[in-house]
Design a protein around this ligand. Sequence first.
Ligand SMILES: Nc1ncnc2c1ncn2[C@@H]1O[C@H](COP(=O)(O)OP(=O)(O)OP(=O)(O)O)[C@@H](O)[C@H]1O
Ligand SMILES: [Mg+2]
Length: 308
Amino acid sequence: MVTQMALRALNPHTTRLRGWVDAAMKSASGKPDVPPLREVEGFPPAAQVEAGALSIRGLGKTYRIEDREIPVLSDIDLEIRPGHFVCIVGPSGCGKSTLLRLIVGLDNDYSGDIILDGERITATSLDRGIVFQDHRLFPWMRLDENIALALQNHDYSKAEKSRRVADYIRLVNLSGFEKAYPHQLSGGMAQRAAIARALVNEPKILLLDEPLGALDALTRVYLQKELQRIWLERRATMIMVTHDVDEAVFLGDEIIIMDAHPGRIKHSVRIDLPHPRDRTSRQLQEIREEILVELISTPPEPDHLEAV
Ligand SMILES: Nc1ncnc2c1ncn2[C@@H]1O[C@H](COP(=O)(O)OP(=O)(O)OP(=O)(O)O)[C@@H](O)[C@H]1O
Ligand SMILES: [Mg+2]
């Protein structure tokens, strides 16, 4: 976990990647081994990032609507290493948000196991943060108050809370806007504030459910870079749902492609390219095409089309 002191000492603009080694080997079980973390200048060695290992085994989820049981997720197996950035793509209704809700602990009615650092998830906890497509800031609170609210269950002194809030406002480049109300922020600024609020508790895992989905294309590209910088500085495990394959291949160490009815993992693609990535590189374009082919190889089912 990066300390507050380390956070302040870091200059995002000097962050450089030193490359990493690919361990893309299939294990004896047939499941892919997760790759090692890359080394980043100014950060603790990758080997020291130990928190935030997520293991999902045989996960199933069924919703009930009146007397009808609707299987939403089935046989989900996923291993995510501490500090990795995983993107999830898949058709609307395949259960991506449901999966994030289960990981964050908003719903504990599931079969199988979701294990974070050895403990089965059964409820919400400060070690997991979530950001949604809409910022969900309280309109009557100023930016710093919105972020401080996330610390209400901590015993920190008032001064310590203020220091943490200021640190995270700085992390998302919103210094100077502490006293702004949400309606005084642009969409991109409000999303950055939501990210700061989710990170101020220093969660082991940050879950992002289409966090950039409502933004215009330019702001979106800018925030993708910001998200990458924040991820590299915080070294938290990140799991992001997105409908944008370009975004997924720009950010993700691994892309999980889901299928619907019931939601399951159809394919996963590892991207062992260093950050920041060149969006126009041939390698990235090839990976993008591979993912698109997987995504469109199953046509949407009629009930999905009706729901759109
Ligand atoms: N509370 C609920 N009760 C019953 N069914 C639900 C509930 N929440 C979600 N569902 C159903 O679960 C399925 C998956 O929904 P979910 O929101 O996880 O999909 P998604 O992949 O996030 O879709 P999108 O890309 O449109 O956001 C859908 O068929 C939805 O109708
Ligand atoms: Mg969703």
